[in-house]
Design a protein around this ligand. Structure first.
Ligand code: M6R
Length: 365
């Protein structure tokens, strides 16, 4: 049932404040300002020397965001690879180490195979899955569910923001176990997490302006997405979402990589979507925006009012997100990124819920 929405994808984008709130309530003790995991862990974060993450597609990008969180909050080194590579790389994995797999369906063949490989190496496996009865959920040593509810649209939206929510809670739990954050810092992070559903609702109010912007995007043959820090995987996710449902060629790049190649593509025909909350690396991203502007590139900034006031460049459009704690930015910024792809594809008359050549669940390799 699509409710009042034209597509499942629209419904699922709009459900995010609710399902992220529900997921949070499952992982956070609001009164105590602490993360409380729903399942006991069969391993100790404090004893891990590293964490291996594996997943496919959008779930992989959630893992890439989580790498920053686990490394910064828990000082836990992370190695991450797409599951189709991880399963055949024969990477040495430490016995009693931890492999974390992320999957909406819990049935993705490569993700399942890489989890089985980790198991065969004597690793613990922790799955972040949306379907609790799935094969990955059943075969992993411990399951941390996302409570997104059934996701029908082929383009993953609410499952992604719920994955990010669970992964940030896990990084906080790891930080506490490893003694890299104290109770005050944990409370600060939990307080930031609690603001997320409201901030996502606010982000959804930008839909009208994004719809207008989407008409410009729909004229492009190529679109470049740039970001730094956790906004880098968000750039990858933005590009994937756009290409999946609008069939416009899109690439996501770490903003600092611009000079190492993709800058050759920049001209007035290529919109450059820059994802840049006013965080610790914002100024660095502005210098990349200057490089784009100097070559006639048309910038779309997904940022905040502080950043918009500072950069001083002409933009094609600015999508202003609410002020927030930079740690939680990826969860909130998922909303405008999804809306850009959605409205571009709808404007172009594409079937956003059933894009060509794609299946919701990739159960064969
Ligand atoms: O069910 P999974 O999360 O394991 O699926 C992984 C990918 O197939 C999936 O995220 C895919 O990239 C989506 N169509 C992205 O929107």
């Amino acid at each position: 049932d699509k409710g009042n929405h034209r597509h499942f994808m629209a419904k699922e984008i709009h459900e995010q404040p609710e399902v992220v709130g529900r997921t949070l309530a499952h992982y956070v003790d609001l009164a105590a300002g602490r993360v409380v995991l729903p399942e006991p862990l069969p391993f100790d974060f404090a004893r891990l020397s590293r964490l291996s993450i594996t997943a496919c597609g959008t779930a992989y990008y959630a893992g890439l965001v989580a790498r920053y969180w686990f490394e910064q909050i828990a000082r836990l080194p992370v190695e991450i690879d797409v599951a189709s590579e991880a399963r055949y790389r024969e990477a040495p994995l430490e016995r009693d180490g931890l492999t974390l797999v992320i999957s909406q369906s819990g049935e993705t063949a490569d993700t399942l195979a890489s989890m089985r490989y980790a198991k065969s190496q004597g690793q613990h496996t922790l799955s972040v899955v949306n379907v609790p009865t799935s094969t990955i959920a059943r075969e992993s040593s411990v399951v941390m569910p996302t409570l997104a509810g059934p996701e029908i649209g082929v383009a993953s939206t609410k499952a992604f923001s719920c994955q990010l929510t669970v992964l940030l809670c896990l990084a906080i739990a790891a930080g506490r176990a490893r003694g890299t954050i104290d109770a005050a810092e944990e409370r600060r992070l939990v307080d930031a997490l609690i603001t997320v559903p409201g901030l996502m609702a606010e982000a959804l109010t930008r839909e009208g302006e994004i719809e207008i912007l989407a008409r410009e995007v729909s004229k492009a043959r190529d679109v470049l997405y740039l970001g730094r820090g956790t906004s880098y995987p968000m750039a990858l996710e933005g590009a994937l979402k756009l290409k999946e449902i609008s069939y416009i060629h899109a690439e996501g790049y770490a903003a600092g990589e611009l000079k190492h190649g993709p800058i050759a593509l920049i001209d007035e025909s290529v919109p450059v979507i820059v994802i840049a909350p006013h965080d610790a690396v914002f100024e660095k991203t502005v210098s990349n925006m200057q490089e784009v502007a100097a070559r006639g590139g048309r910038i779309v900034l997904i940022g905040d009012s502080k950043g918009a006031a500072e950069h001083g460049l002409d933009t094609l459009a600015t999508v202003t997100m609410p002020d927030l704690d930079a740690t939680v930015a990826p969860i909130v910024y998922a909303v405008p990124i999804q809306l850009v792809a959605y409205h571009t594809a709808v404007f172009m008359g594409k079937d956003v819920d059933q894009p060509r050549n794609l299946a919701k669940s990739v159960t064969v390799e």
